[in-house]
Design a protein around this ligand. Structure first.
Ligand SMILES: O=C[C@H](O)COP(=O)(O)O
Length: 253
């Protein structure tokens, strides 16, 4: 049984005061952590404060990116050692916005995935196709290729710790959601790819999220798909009530 995981990706939104207010609003209201894992992936400057507010209680705190080196001359970057030191236990890796705007490649995603696992940070690895790739019938090849590239030199035991987020790029922030059947089919492809890499038993343990215009009113049908185990949520994670509602629906699945 895979525990659902709802992760908010705040992207470049909120001030510190707004982030603190969000935590004040949701803490104590989050459903039983035994039923749903919740994470807020906040901008770097808020992580120390939010990890202090969280103190191990839900929602956990995650980063939206990280470097793969422990330390060094990498101006503007943040290392897994630094994240872990702050009490940050999750990191989004390879979000399509970073692949598009910040030179993230399959190779850097692989390096970051290995570094996160090496430091006990749960990586949320993002994969997904563009509209053009979908229209040309290349969705499965694209997503499967991204998964294979991300997991090069990752052991079976490490793979079990990861979370994969399937995010069709055309559905991010557009209000267009893949139908639950479309999303479920690609998540099944991802699980089959993991099965090719690690065998069915390991593939069955890895959690796969869907992301792209997820809202309280569509998360139920997405989670009803057998291979969808949670959501990576942008816009709808910014509002405390909406985030709580997403977590409640997931906890009831
Ligand atoms: O990481 C989150 C995704 O990019 C989805 O964003 P969205 O829920 O605003 O479409």
């Amino acid at each position: 049984m895979r525990k659902p995981i709802i992760a908010g990706n705040w992207k470049m939104h909120k001030t510190l005061g707004e982030a603190e207010q969000f935590y004040a609003d949701v803490q104590g209201e989050i459903p039983d952590p035994a039923k749903v894992e919740t994470v807020i992936c906040a901008p770097y400057p808020f992580l120390y404060r939010l990890a202090g507010l969280s103190e191990g209680k839900a929602p956990s705190v995650g980063a939206q990116n990280m470097h793969w080196e422990d330390a060094g001359a990498f101006t503007g970057e943040v290392s897994p050692v630094q994240l872990k030191d702050l009490g940050v236990n999750y990191a989004i890796i390879g979000h399509s916005e970073r692949r598009e705007y910040s030179n993230e490649t399959d190779e850097t995603v692989n390096l970051k995935l290995k570094a996160a696992l090496g430091h006990g940070i749960i990586p949320i690895v993002c994969v997904g196709e563009t509209l053009e790739e979908r229209e040309e019938g290349r969705t499965e090849a694209k997503v499967s290729g991204q998964v294979k590239a991300a997991f090069v030199e990752v052991s079976r035991g490490e793979a079990e710790q990861t979370v994969i987020a399937y995010e069709p790029i055309w559905a991010i922030g557009t209000g267009k959601t893949a139908t639950s059947e479309e999303a479920g089919a690609v998540c099944r492809t991802i699980r089959n790819t993991l099965g090719e890499l690690y065998g069915g038993e390991t593939a069955a343990k890895i959690r796969i999220q869907y992301g792209g215009s997820v809202k309280p009113d569509n998360i139920g049908e997405l989670l009803a798909q057998p291979d969808i185990d949670g959501a990576l949520v942008g816009g709808a994670s910014l509002d405390p009530e909406s985030f709580l509602r997403l977590a409640e629906v997931a906890a009831d699945e």
